[in-house]
Ligand binder design. Sequence first.
Ligand code: NOJ
Length: 463
Amino acid sequence: MYIRKLIALAILSYATQASALNLDILLNGILTKPEVRKLVTSAQTLMTANISPAGTLPGTVIASPSQSMPDYYYMWIRDAALTMEVVTDRPTLLNYADLSLKQQQGPAIAGLGEPKFNVDGTDFTGPWGRPQNDGPALRAVTAIKLANALIAEGQMSYVQTKLYDGRLPSQSLIKNDLEYVAAHWRDANVDLWEESTGQHFYTLMAQRNALLLGSTLANQLNDTQAAAYYSEQAQNIEDTLPEFWDDSRGYILTVLDQTNGPNHDSGLDVSVILAALHSTQGEQTFGVTDDRILATAYNIQQAFAGLYAINQQSEFQNLGTAIGRYPEDQYNGTASTASTLANPWFLATAAYAELFYRASGEFKLAGEIEISDLNKPFFESLHSLNGATLNVGDIYRAGDAMFTEIVNGLVTDGDRFIARVRFHANGDSLSEQYDRDNGFEQGAHDLTWSYASLITALNARPQ
Ligand code: NOJ
């Protein structure tokens, strides 16, 4: 142990990130319950600082306080919705809903598919990748969660005026978004990374999720025709999702029919993992234990393991693989040109922790794991298996030693991804990216979505 410590210290002083905290993470990636609580609390504090900061309208979620290189001082619909999903403070949620309704009613260039707004509530009118149709779907889901909580408390009047009025044309936040999603999911649009135009697995998954949740809400509020329409469109989306599966490559492609934007030749993209994580409905297809998701996760992880120098230092074997957006990515956090190289992202790395945690929980619940051609490499790569080979067709059940190895191994490997996040963080602060070579934070500092992703990951950790 002492020698390992000395070696680790020597490496760390080179890496210049030497601190007692980083050394602990390096030597022991496994999280304790008090550590989980501490991390969540601190991420919540830092995330909350980016909600309605002074000088912005109440309910505004800035993507980051950074106002130049890059300028992220705007409210992105996607980032805001994913952030508000983990906010529990009621007045903050109501401010967000009121502001979102105002944004919907403005004359935005892309209508409801408008990706971002100024912090004074006015439209952003500069050139941008439009429309981004994951936004209305994610916003609807966050607002439906709020509506469900209000309904449970009997607060129907706010719900039926501001959130879901059941009228056409609608004057309410959720119904506006659902109508838009139901009518426009076939449209080519710009992806969540704001770069490529085409059909996106992530966007379609978010849209299906919103329509399924929306259908249940519509039924509850006696808008039965709309409920049927939403679930029919959700089913239509579900029928197109298998087109993203590339049988010869053995993983899910992020984009189809791409007409412009950066090279996506590998088809690999962490957005596919985010798609599984951000969908709570229809989990039987493309959920976190779906073989196709696990096969894709394995392939993405392999690609980044080979791509980033910080993934190749054997001394850091306790840290999970640093994960970026997609292998061909050139956006380095401030610029995107042929001469720049992208880096791993905190939210992408935290997503892997969440995937592993949630998969562990779901397999435990199911009580059974069947090894298939598709999931075999994923399971065999777990550290807890120590290089053991698994046989296709084998079924492990609760009580079997291998079942326990796998469900526990998913949690400890999930912890390794969290350790990776913590190791590269600047204290508790999380930026957007961390440098692929030296490990330092890169790009927008205090990225709101980085905090939200760490919180959802830790909340998903089986206790
Ligand atoms: C760029 C990211 O690719 C996009 O997903 C995000 O919405 C914005 N930055 C703001 O954080």
